[in-house]
Design a binder for this molecule. Sequence first.
Ligand code: URA
Length: 194
Amino acid sequence: MTFENLKKLEKEVQQCKSCPLYISRNNTVFYDGSENAKIMLIGEAPGADEDKSGKPFVGRAGKLLNEFLHSAGINRDEDLYIANTLKCRPPENRKPTKEEKAACERYLRAQIEIIKPKIIVLCGATAMESFLDKKFKISKVRGQIFENIEGYKGIKFIPILHPSYLLRQHSTDVGSPRDLTLKDLIMIKKTALN
Ligand code: URA
């Protein structure tokens, strides 16, 4: 597949009515960053700011994510391809339902197939549950590298804590969620370079 397919896919997403979220959306949110990126970062779903702008991670959580990326030496525009498990905003920013995730899954799969990232960063529990064992706790498995995931051979999956969670955790002490997330991102950058 070529990047032309990515454009076609985005058009398809813009017209999608596979689940009821199309009724309340202002914009679909397909991606941000670089189509040549080695690292793909997958979040949960658009919030109000993303629904307004059509871009992922542009609200408060996105701004915090940007700070962490900058501190880890990851360039959001060049080193990352950013997407979400859902392309439309769930009302009141509630968690995506099983049905919504199932309806949207083929778009994310296609994005992965086209981008062919070396690393997929699973940002938060919702993204993690879409690919890894649902029984995992994000706080336990964050920073670990998972390989040989069925259907995704050759891709390293690395869960990290979601920036919305970090917005509520202010400490930067050694071992705090913020400290661990920065370390995870530095490790991810190193892994991508190898
Ligand atoms: N949270 C997410 O998971 N994704 C976004 O795009 C914005 C906030």
